[in-house]
Design a protein around this ligand. Sequence first.
Ligand SMILES: Cc1ncc(C[n+]2csc(CCOP(=O)(O)OP(=O)(O)O)c2C)c(N)n1
Ligand SMILES: [Mg+2]
Length: 1014
Amino acid sequence: MSEKLLVPDIGDFDKVEVIELLVKEGDEIKVNDPIVTIESDKSSVEIPSTISGKIKSISIKVGDKVSKGDLLLNITPSNSSKSEEKIIPKDTENLIKEAERALKENEKVKTQSQNKIIRQEKPEIIQVVNKGDIDPIETKEWLESLSAVIEKDGDNRAHYLIKELMNKAYMEGVNIPYTQNTPYINTIPVNEEQKSTGDQNVERRIRSLIRWNAAAMVVRANKKFPELGGHIGTFASAATLYDVGMNHFFRAKNNNFGGDLVYFQGHSAPGIYARAFLEGRLNEKQLDNFRQEVRPGGLSSYPHPWLMPDFWQFPTVSMGLGPMLAIYQARYMKYLINRGLIKDEGRKVWAFLGDGEMDEPESLGAIGLAAREKLDNLIFVVNCNLQRLDGPVRGNGKIIQELEGSFRGAGWNVIKVIWGSYWDPLLANDKTGHLVKVMNETVDGEYQAMKARDGAYVREKFFGKFPETRELISSLSDKDVWRLNRGGHDPHKVFAAYDKAVKNIGSPTVVIAKTIKGYGMGKTGESVNTTHQTKKLDIDDLLYYRDRFDVPLTDEQVKKIEYYKPDEKSIEIKYLKERRHQLGGFIPARSTFAKPIKAPSKDIFDNMKVSTGEKEMSTTMALVRMLTNLLRDKNVAPRLVPIIPDEARTFGMEGFFQKIGIYAHEGQKYEPEDSAQLSSYREDKNGQVLEEGINEAGAMSSWIAAGTSYTNHDIEMIPIYIFYSMFGFQRIGDFAWAGADSQSRGFLIGATAGRTTLAGEGLQHQDGHSHLLASTIPNCVTYDPTFHYELAVIFREGLKRMHEKRENIFYYITTMNENYSHPEMPKDKNCEEGILRGMYKIKEFTKNKKTKIQLLGSGTILREMIKGAEILQNEYQIDSEIWSVTSFNELRKDGMEVERYNLLNPDKEPKKSYVEECLGQTEGPIMAASDYMRINSDQIRPYVNKAFYSLGTDGFGRSDTRKNLRNFFEVDKEHIVAYGLSVLAKEQLIASKYASDAIKKYNIDSKKPIPTKL
Ligand SMILES: Cc1ncc(C[n+]2csc(CCOP(=O)(O)OP(=O)(O)O)c2C)c(N)n1
Ligand SMILES: [Mg+2]
């Protein structure tokens, strides 16, 4: 007799290709041996055998498409497979022994404790005996005393006594920390719950329609184009959490109020669209274009202000960014209030987060700051559905308890919403404490499994743990047991939690709500490990979902997956609109009423257009000078937000401490050590500098908050975040991307830039690629200026474009710490235009009128170019034109656009790229160099119809002097001369011996490996 091995449940996938056969007929296989590899468009997996035996026949071949239930193999089971089952492996044997031993121990404790309890005289409340309680009677006496205190003198007195006891214990040497955790029950006692004034029946109906439409839009989109994807499970679990907020708490921006700011969890987007549909803000056609944004009118997959600029405010879907951005948003709101730039209207920042998301280091990374800064305008709602994408968040533990400990330890107000109202009577009747004990001891893996089963299972596995708990539900049917709801799905509990959260003063609040992933999705989607990726529901699932939430659609309509929108005059629509009307309008909505900032007059920058003469300075210093000048401009000064992560002294900005002060919400409570000094460390409640400490991610979050002030606070601000360039994009690239999506406007200054310009610091500090990283962001405008006047022209234009004309771009400018003198700005009338477009001719060497080379230099390496050109002219009779390239990135953007135009318009007169305009008519080959990787200058290679060579700093940095580093990376004047001659020889413009001689003369080792290999 043979047995059949079938394709097991492979989740969402259907017709998946077999790409590998790992067995052949006649093979002896064992259970778990891999049989075939199948591959979908997302992943490949092996299918293991569930039978031991000899393969009789194979029914599939490579290239076949298989689905669940298809036949893979016929196997003749081996006799041994049965006996195998009986053999208990050694490890298992030990485990069993250990478990039995533990059981016996438990028995012992139980009987001992029972004996002790029996000795008592019928106590009213029997304390559940905890393991390790050596004297339960004494415990009981203490607890009764505490109860008496609570009854007589109230909570505060009890709390005070406990605190004193803990202090005393500590002083007596009991050095065991106490937990930050409370029992696994709701934080707000039933008698303290604020009741909602809403009509619960109507709200439930509205919520059901939102649930339905959210699921329908995902299913419809995927029916049309299965590649589109989408999520049902996240919103299904969070619907109540959002709805209570939407109906009662989130206040919109309008003429009278600045608006609460809500960070929606990215994967909940369908639910937010579904509500907007009922509100009449989106139509069916738009819902049908979910995730189809290429043609205008589609809805973005997730919250993306760039793609839906009137709707979404905050990009949150890269998990972990939302929590941090929200914290810094709340902090920035207080900054604006304390600086007197906006009114204090009691606005709140709400952030909705996933429990899996809390594992991102960024998620918890700034909670200390939120507490320290007393951000009582901040409310986190963590949706604890106990699952993330692959499985449980904490199968063996309890995510809610873990988060409670972290947040309370950091100083937050913690509100746990674990159990729904149906549990209230059970908890009230839990006189023995056994129910709370089970709640405490059940791990999340079990909680999840229970919700994937049914009431009978819960009765047995949860309540069945003790006779007392079994008894508690003896009068409930399995259906009733199944209905015992989780707190996050209970609008009463959620309302009470939000009510407490918004009234809390002096600390941020986290609402930790327990829910079910895929709530209501039934067997295919509720609480199962694959819930997250469910984007298709079959007809039975849809019918179940309709019935589960009483959606008034016929079977036919369900089969067509129709949306449901009640009539405008229906109670539901009227109610929903009225609620939003009361709360000031619709949410989310993105708008701006900020006034532009007039760019400062040219003369503010004039002193940067004259030569510095003998005076040497770095571009970082020039920048600080310029900022100091700007602080004198009455329009610009108050709007500047200098942001520095503990490097003000490195950049020479300590002068700002006194001048404009460091923002500190509590002012300065101490006399600083350096109080006598001019640039003494000065903290101030209305300080202007955001001194972020060693915290680039936080600093970038502040920059984003300030850069989007124009929409979130209706005031245009000019954030200038100055950082070590190496710790910029490379460190916080994802935040920069989110900042771009958010349409942030402002300056990022990569200071101490350049692989060879920041000398001694070494490999992890020396940046030779930040421009390339910046170039990946479409709306980031980048510059690598050499001279102070270039910086001035660029900066002024930036102010104008971003803050006067309100273009949604941001600037990345590198500045260096090498000191040199800066020349006067060339008088050429096209110079400014050239600086801004990316290159201009800065110098020409024409003495010899024979052979010529075009030299392009950027940043500090431009100066090596100029020095090299002097040598070429004086020692080798080579003329040259020197071009200062302020931005290879900008040149490339222009080149791409022009090239594309020419290709799309073959019949028209071709346009010239700016690079071609500059270099097209010039004489000689081109050699470019920068303090960045060669690919930086190579970007313009396609747009020059000439021989093009580039030098750059590819490879790991290392500490040494600038001179040695430039020699090592071959971007010093000597290499420029030698390579320049070699280029000319290659182009057959001079004899090769000149190049060979120069290589010898400058001791250039032609056998040295390229620095990328060193
Ligand atoms: C930085 C980042 N990594 C990975 C993902 C992919 N991803 C999307 S949702 C998800 C699971 C989310 O789980 P959880 O935070 O618990 O949210 P839930 O959907 O359960 O509410 C993952 C891993 C992402 N969006 N962002
Ligand atoms: Mg989750």
